[in-house]
Ligand binder design. Structure first.
Ligand code: URA
Length: 434
């Protein structure tokens, strides 16, 4: 088989066979196919697309390019959740303990943040001593014992995606539905869960800017997950403004803890209850969404979800006292309010730009090797639709020094738009695709 023939077939709009796709993935992972040939094929896929059969074969070839996790030693149904990423997205920190408190095991691999979006691992490292570096054995035994574990993705899991994603990033070939579907779903399938719940975000702060693109991506991921034999559901959710109120690592952990104490609601709680209901019903732990929501709400009210978080933090080496005492988490030395320049209603908060404000404060990574400051970020006092008076505080910036605080306050104020009339707001949950 010749790579040049495979490239030419896709360039001319043809369909690749399973064998050709496997040849490409195996050869590229092993290093026998050079970057320039892989880049040419990726660009041909961007232009010509792939049939669902090709996308499934690509996903399965990538999934089998390295180690796959066998969760069969853990009793019961195992679930996983994936978010396509957004600003202030601390959902996993609250959702996993909520679900595990209801007896459904969650086995999750997570990543670090890059650019305007944060990563769950960075957020969790706000707990002093916490580590996501778990061996496979430690990961499996913790999921069984505690009910959930979050590990960093190991180098052996889906090596094809690691190489391909890095190449796509520098060759203008990220934005292709079959390439995104195969990238996300190959990792999820390799991680072994029976139930996969996907949070596909749409809007200014998301990877998919429009609801229609998010719907296409979600539909394809659900189909590929099902064809691969996993129960797969996708929620299409809004990312037109930061999720919840906190943006920044330790600040987001504090907000997730407040939610688990029953002290925080709004869009974040609605999202956690919706994703959690999908997981409980797909796992057979609840007969209906209504019953699932009730169980999840009860787990917050009786403290069992918060206790689950503490058990998880301790199991991964963190200081679990911080779950009940937020003063043990990193906190920034300087806080400044962001005064409103106008009277009226907040009509929009530019999500992507506000994520960059947190990144520039030191809370996110401009490049893969940047060091991050866990304490910095901001907390919104006003969200879209809220009434505001001129001079009232729109947000509080948390910074390491006065200069970066002042700059962030100016930049964050610019992210707000105002209107005289209360704006129509879209719900956080746009659709559920089963
Ligand atoms: N996230 C991934 O993991 N892969 C993509 O291709 C895009 C977003």
């Amino acid at each position: 088989m010749q790579m040049t023939d495979i490239i030419a077939r896709k360039r001319d709009g043809g369909e690749l066979s399973r064998e050709e796709i496997q040849f490409f993935i195996e050869g590229y992972t092993r290093g026998s196919i050079p970057d320039y040939q892989a880049s040419a094929l990726l660009m041909a896929i961007v232009w010509r697309g792939m049939t669902r059969r090709e996308t499934l074969d690509l996903t399965l070839a990538m999934m089998h390019s390295g180690e796959t996790l066998d969760l069969s030693s853990i009793s019961g149904v195992k679930a996983d959740k994936h978010s396509t990423g957004g600003v202030g997205d601390k959902t996993s920190l609250a959702l996993l303990p909520m679900v595990a408190a209801q007896g459904v095991h969650m086995a999750k691999m997570s990543g670090r943040g890059l650019g305007h979006t944060g990563g769950t691992i960075d957020k969790l490292e706000s707990f002093p001593g916490f580590s996501c570096a778990l061996s496979d054995e430690a990961f499996l035994s913790q999921v069984q014992r505690v009910g959930f574990a979050i590990a960093g993705q190991t180098a052996d899991l889906d090596p094809a995606d690691k190489k391909l994603y890095a190449l796509r990033d520098v060759t203008g070939t990220v934005s292709s539905i079959p390439l995104i579907v195969s990238s996300i779903m190959s990792k999820k399938l390799a991680a072994g869960a029976d139930v996969i719940v996907l949070d596909v975000k749409c809007g200014d702060g998301a990877f998919m800017k429009t609801e229609s693109d998010a719907r296409t991506l979600a539909g394809e991921m659900v189909e590929i997950g099902k064809l691969a034999g996993r129960r797969t559901v996708a929620c299409i959710t809004g990312m037109d403004q930061p999720l919840g109120r906190a943006v920044g690592n330790a600040l987001e952990v504090k907000e997730a803890m407040a939610l688990l104490r029953g002290d925080f609601g709004g869009d974040l709680l609605e999202l956690c209850l919706t994703l959690g209901s999908c997981i409980l019903t797909e796992s057979g732990a609840a007969a209906s969404d209504g019953e699932a929501r009730l169980k999840l709400e009860r787990g917050i009210a009786d403290g069992s979800a918060l206790a689950k978080l503490a058990e998880f933090v301790a199991a991964q080496g963190g200081d679990a006292r911080a779950v009940y005492d937020a003063s043990l988490l990193p906190s920034a030395p300087v806080t400044v309010p962001v005064p409103s320049p106008a009277d009226g209603y907040v009509s929009a908060i530019a999500a992507e730009r506000s994520g960059l404000v947190s990144m520039h404060l030191g809370g996110g990574r401009a490049t893969k090797d940047s060091e991050i400051d866990l304490s910095v970020g901001f907390v919104l006092n006003k969200k879209s639709g809220d009434a505001v008076k001129k001079g009232e505080s729109l947000a509080i910036v948390h910074a390491r020094d006065a200069e970066s605080a002042a700059r962030a306050a100016r930049d964050l104020a610019d992210c707000f738009s105002f209107s005289d009339a209360r704006p129509e707001l879209k719900p956080i949950i746009r659709d559920i695709i089963r």
